[in-house]
Each structure stands twice: as structure tokens, then as C-alpha cells.
Design a protein. Structure first.
Length: 153
């Protein structure tokens, strides 16, 4: 998929209560909340699935779509009827996002993947790749015809 969903957020008035709820129900491991970021707590990076966070604010659930050039996708979304809630912003040195409302009023974001995440993914994918056997043609030899099984008449 060209632009996969890579992050989610669950936001509500009682972030600690939400964090406890999702920890208890699903067994999620969360980082300690960061008070300066609305008591935002992130999932410890899962082996499968996408990452996400739980924080404090008006109730909403959002997804973030990965894209190399967030501004290009913000411009595209606005042209298609979206409203910008937060322009393209560097949240941390490795995280750049923008938040929008789609025409139906759903909150979503675009997120530039961090160089660190891209390297980890590449290494993980490379480690899982199995070496393929070379075909006869790739080895530079002509294929040998299989001997026919002899039958008695």
C-alpha cells in the first residue's frame, strides 16, 4: 500500500482512565504519560500492527496516514474538501504531522515516517527475507530434460 495507516490516537477528558482501560482490556504496554503533551502515553512498539497513543483532550479517535511529503497531501486533502486543524508541524525532531477534518467531520492526520523507523523496517524485512535458489537459467546452464520412466509392455 502506497500510504498505509501508521499511527492512531485515542483522546479523552480522562487520559489516565483511558490508558488504564486499554491496558486492562487489551494488555497494552504504555510509556509513562508526558504531562507537557496532554498526559500522552504511547504504546510500546508492537511486533504486529501499528503504533499509537492515548492522551487528554476532547474525545476523538484519529488515524494517521504515512506520507513522505505531508504538505503535498494536506494540499490535496484541502482541494478535496478537508479542513486543516493543525498545519504541518514538527512535533519532535523525528515526527512531522498535520491534522485535518474530512468532509464528514472525521479527524485524521498525515505523518512523515521518521528516518529511524524506515531503517528499522528495512532491516527487519531484510532479515526475514529468505535467499532464493537460482534457476538453471540464472546459473548459466541449459536445463536438463528429465529422463522418461521406462515401462514394460
Amino acid at each position: 500500500m502506497a500510504n498505509p495507516v501508521m499511527w492512531f490516537e485515542i483522546i479523552g477528558k480522562d487520559s489516565v482512565g483511558l490508558q488504564n482501560f486499554y491496558r486492562d482490556v487489551f494488555g497494552w504496554k504504555l510509556t509513562p504519560p508526558v504531562k507537557e503533551m496532554g498526559n500522552y502515553s504511547m504504546l510500546e512498539r508492537p511486533e504486529v500492527g501499528i503504533g499509537g497513543g492515548i492522551g487528554e483532550g476532547d474525545a476523538r479517535t484519529s488515524v494517521y496516514v504515512e506520507c513522505a511529503d505531508p504538505q503535498r497531501f494536506v494540499d490535496r486533502a484541502v482541494a478535496a474538501g478537508a479542513t486543516v486543524l493543525m498545519p504541518v508541524t514538527a512535533i519532535t525532531p523525528t515526527t512531522t504531522i498535520a491534522m485535518l477534518l474530512d468532509p464528514a467531520g472525521n479527524t485524521f492526520g498525515v505523518m512523515k515516517p521518521s528516518p529511524l523507523a524506515q531503517r528499522k523496517t528495512t532491516k527487519r524485512a531484510a532479515a526475514k527475507a529468505k535467499p532464493r535458489k537460482k534457476t538453471t537459467a540464472a546459473r548459466g546452464r541449459k536445463p536438463v530434460a528429465k529422463a522418461k520412466k521406462r515401462t514394460r509392455r
